[in-house]
Design a protein around this ligand. Structure first.
Ligand code: ZN
Length: 273
């Protein structure tokens, strides 16, 4: 599943090809994915200029003067810049054409979304899907004090509190497991029992983990361009994620896998207390 770093790398990859460009065609190859596409999207966008390509959580936002296209990649979606004449394959669902190039969305499992927020309806950050999101993990508003303050009444396990996304967005399954390992915090500990000092470490490791993933992804940027471009999701070497039964890279203890809220958590019982 695309997590925040993949979406950010996608944004950085496609933005230079879109910003300042005029939409010349919108091709909808099906009625929708997770939700229906706005049927009038072609009329809305035709002739309009892309002003910015930003991101909120895992939503990519294409901004126009009269509104914003919200794109979510769901479970398996990805975006590429391709020559506009490239024939569509089975899972290519939507093209936003800007002259000779197009932004193409491919999504085999079809949990993705493309939505329109009209400027007349106010700030896009107040959109139903965006307004309850926690703070951005790479911005200064995300820090240990915030984590500490907002977890004093939270008895749920810290891993699940991170995944909930209402305090901080974009710390998905992989990065929650990795950050907790790097901060030496047991993923099963109740969030309200963690001290401010330990949250300092955790906030720092979340930031470092996400930044490292984005930097790593940056080296795959060219994959977003061209007909044969791959998804751009990058393999990384993890400390604990997906390493059940293997040895901890720090202490050699066997990495454990448990279920928390139906999601797999990986951790080292020796390093994480
Ligand atoms: Zn260990």
């Amino acid at each position: 599943m695309p997590e925040l770093p993949e979406v950010e790398v996608t944004r950085r990859g496609v933005a230079p090809h879109l910003i300042g460009q005029q939409v010349t065609q919108v091709v909808l190859r099906r009625a929708g994915l997770r939700w229906p596409f706005p049927a009038n999207l072609p009329e809305l966008l035709l002739g309009q200029t892309v002003l910015a390509a930003s991101r909120r959580g895992k939503y990519l936002l294409l901004e126009f003067h009269h509104g914003t296209v919200l794109i979510h990649l769901g479970m398996s979606g990805h975006l590429r810049i391709i020559p506009a004449t490239t024939p569509a394959q089975k899972h290519d669902h939507i093209d936003i054409v800007v002259g000779k190039q197009a932004l193409r969305m491919t999504d085999p499992r079809r949990f993705g979304a493309v939505l329109w927020h009209d400027a007349e309806d106010g700030d896009v950050n107040q959109h139903l899907l965006l307004r309850a999101l926690g703070v951005e993990p790479l911005e200064d508003v995300f820090n240990a004090e915030l984590l500490y303050k907002q977890t004093r009444q939270r008895k749920a396990a810290i891993k699940q509190v991170l995944l909930a996304g209402d305090i901080v967005v974009g710390v998905g399954n992989i990065y929650a497991s990795e950050s907790l390992f790097r901060a030496k915090i047991n993923p099963k500990i109740s969030a309200h029992r963690i001290s401010l000092a330990r949250y300092r470490l955790l906030a720092e490791e979340i930031r470092l983990t996400l930044r490292a993933a984005i930097e790593k992804g940056g080296s795959t940027l060219r994959d977003f361009i061209g007909v044969d471009g791959q998804t751009g999701y990058f393999q990384q070497s993890y400390f604990v994620y997906d390493r059940a039964g293997e040895q901890c890279r720090l202490c050699g203890t066997t990495i454990r896998q448990i279920k928390q809220g139906r999601r797999s958590t990986f951790y080292c019982i020796n390093c994480q207390k």
